[in-house]
Structure formats: structure tokens, C-alpha cells
Design a protein around this ligand. Structure first.
Ligand code: ATP
Ligand code: MG
Length: 278
């Protein structure tokens, strides 16, 4: 009977970024396996070091940072204005998204005090800004933010407790055009990142009603929604709109073919996808 990697070996190989084929290899006996391990570990360490050298000498910014710049530049070209809003969110703003005690997201919120939390999403702040901007600017009003969001997650390879959300919203999209526009905006973001194979799946969200999810196989890269919507009135919004939010680390993860989002997130163990304790 053939044998697999030991759990310690497997864990180390995962940390170093081994692909599925390598992880699933089997061996005749422990000696063959252990010598294969040493070879694989050496090769992966070399790859990680090479990437870190390339970062040091040529690229200077991690892929996730570079993707952010590409997104910002292209969205500016598409007429979207970048906004920067507070990371600390009041409970009343959260409640206006119907994230009340009964909602599943409530358990994921990091509270700083009784009435302040770290934002789990950008939508409340963007809603708030739109109300003023629609008075001040001609429609369509196009804005986006890219910045940290926080959710208590039970770990896993696709979830971080702190991640970077890109959320863009357009107020004043012609009625009847919202779904088409949402698809266009999803296509723009996928084009910037260079992801060609993705699916758009319609589903129902408790917070946003009908949503359009951008999927790569089983992984959700982004969620879009559109209005008029039941939440709009309490934010003083009455025009049709479309909005879509992406996790930047998920985009970077798919782009690089990483299996674990931790490689591209805020980290003390990884830099630009490379393991540091090597
Ligand atoms: P999922 O169902 O995958 O947990 P979600 O539907 O709860 O995601 P949304 O609220 O739709 O997430 O947020 C928009 C996008 O933000 C997601 O499509 C995903 O790319 C990203 N995102 C959400 N939560 C996280 C997280 N904990 N870590 C990394 N990215 C996240
Ligand atoms: Mg979603």
C-alpha cells in the first residue's frame, strides 16, 4: 500500500505553496517519501526566496498592492471617484443596513464599544455619501472605496478577519439597465485583474435582496446589488443604483493561483505570497 506525506510534512508544504498535485503524491515507503519531501521543500523554499528577491529588486510592491493601483486607475478612467471613509462605524449606521441582533452578520462584528464597531462592509458609508453627492453632482454619481473591513470568521482558506474590500457604486443608472450595468461593472473589474473564466450567479441576500455574485468555481469574488431597494428610503436615496463589492485578497489569490487567502492578506508570515520563515 502506498503512503502519503506525514501531516507535519503536508502542513509545511502547504505553507510553502505546494500545488494540489504535489500534496496528493503517494510513495512506496517512508524512505522514498522523506527524500521526496526534502527535495520538494528545497525547491519550494528556492521559489519563495526567488519571489522575495524579485520583490526587493524589481517590483517593490506586492501583487495585492499592484492590483489595487490598477483598479483605482481604471475606475477613475471609467468616471468613478475614489472616496476614503471612516473605518470606525456607529451602531446606528450598521442598524440602517438591517444588521440588527437577529442578522447572521451581527455575530461577525468586532465591537470597539457599545456603539462603535470596525466596519464589516463599506456599503453604509457609501450610502451616506451618496445622499449628499447626489445633490452636489450631476447624475450618474459614481464613487468607490477600497479599504479595510473586519469580520469575525471561523478561519478557513477563503476568509480573513481583516480584508480589503473594493466597493463601487453608481447612482442614477437608467431604470431597466441595472442588471446589464452590473454585469458590465463586474466585467471591467475582471478585465483589470485578468480573470477570464468566471460565472455570474443570481441569488437572494438578506441584506441586499437580489444579488449578482461573481464566482470562480466555488469561490465568490464579489457580490453586486441594485436598487431601488427596500433599504434606500432610510438613507434618503430614491434613484436607481447599482453597486458591487469585491474582496481584494480573493482577487489576488485567484490571480496568483494560491490555495490559501492568508498568503495574500495582511500578514507577519507572508510577504507578497512568499513564506518568510524559510
Ligand atoms: P462569503 O459568502 O464568501 O463569506 P459574503 O457573501 O459574506 O462572502 P459579501 O458580504 O458579499 O461577502 O462581501 C463582498 C466580498 O468581500 C466577497 O465577495 C468576498 O470577495 C469579500 N469578503 C467577504 N468576507 C471576506 C472575508 N472574511 N475575507 C476575505 N474576503 C471577504
Ligand atoms: Mg456575498
Amino acid at each position: 500500500m502506498r503512503i502519503a506525506w506525514t501531516s507535519v510534512q503536508k502542513q509545511k508544504l502547504i505553507e510553502l505553496g505546494a500545488d494540489v498535485a504535489l500534496l496528493e503524491q503517494t510513495f512506496e515507503n517512508p524512505e522514498v517519501r522523506n527524500s521526496a519531501y526534502q527535495k520538494a521543500e528545497y525547491q519550494l523554499i528556492t521559489l519563495n526566496k526567488r519571489n522575495l528577491q524579485d520583490l526587493r529588486n524589481n517590483r517593490f510592491r506586492s501583487l495585492a498592492c499592484q492590483l489595487e493601483t490598477l483598479l483605482v486607475d481604471r475606475l477613475n478612467q471609467e468616471g468613478f471617484v475614489q472616496v476614503v471613509t471612516p473605518i470606525i462605524l456607529s451602531k446606528s449606521m450598521l442598524n440602517k443596513m438591517t444588521i440588527t441582533p437577529e442578522h447572521p452578520l451581527t455575530k461577525q462584528v468586532f465591537w470597539l464599544s457599545e456603539n462603535k464597531c470596525l466596519r464589516p462592509m463599506l456599503a453604509p458609508n457609501l450610502y451616506y455619501l451618496l445622499r449628499d453627492l447626489e445633490r452636489l453632482w450631476e447624475k450618474p454619481v459614481r464613487i468607490f472605496e477600497v479599504g479595510p473591513c473586519f469580520r469575525k470568521e471561523s478561519q478557513g482558506i477563503y476568509h480573513l478577519n481583516e480584508f480589503t474590500m473594493l466597493n463601487l457604486v453608481e447612482l442614477g443608472t437608467p431604470v431597466g439597465q441595472q442588471k446589464i450595468r452590473l454585469r458590465e461593472l463586474a466585467a471591467i473589474v475582471m478585465d483589470i485583474i485578468g480573470i477570464e473564466n468566471y460565472d455570474l450567479i443570481t441569488s437572494d441576500s438578506e441584506v441586499y435582496g437580489e444579488t449578482l455574485d461573481v464566482m470562480v468555481e466555488e469561490l465568490e469574488l464579489g457580490s453586486g446589488a441594485f436598487g431601488p431597494h427596500s433599504l434606500d428610503e432610510q438613507w434618503g436615496i430614491f434613484d436607481p443604483w447599482v453597486g458591487i463589492g469585491f474582496g481584494l485578497e480573493r482577487l489576488a489569490m485567484v490571480k496568483e493561483g494560491h490555495r490559501n487567502i492568508r498568503r495574500v492578506g495582511r500578514s507577519l508570515s507572508y510577504l507578497d505570497g512568499s513564506r518568510l520563515n524559510i
